[in-house]
Design a protein around this ligand. Sequence first.
Ligand code: HEC
Length: 102
Amino acid sequence: MILIAVLMLIQQIISGCTAPRSKDLYKKELYREEEDLVSKKLYKDKCSLCHELPDIDAYPYTPEQWAGIIDFMHDTKAARKFMTIEETEKIKGYLGWLSQAR
Ligand code: HEC
């Protein structure tokens, strides 16, 4: 009898602990799904200046590789004439998010 009571108590404690945690996870998922519209616009405006807007899904790049591509565009392909470092950082965040959310 005591054993059952203890088990029930443990169960209560466990469910009490997991409930808020899964709620946090849910919040995180929601946050991840939110699109950063400012960065999206930057990407659409800036990355279509010299060539067609790259189709992110058509490239197998990881977020790190996208960051490298953007740095390459900025430093080597003279894209710095069209965008600031802050803007490249935002675009990196957006493309990283896109390539991760797949
Ligand atoms: C100043 C002009 C310019 C701007 C602005 C520019 N690019 Fe490019 N991009 C190029 C050129 C030139 C090439 C062809 C590079 C080559 O073949 O060496 C290229 C090629 C690419 C490629 C193909 C590379 C590959 O590995 O196949 C991708 C992807 C790309 N750009 C992404 C971007 C993104 C993302 C942005 C916005 C941050 C951007 N570009 C902005 C000039 C630009």
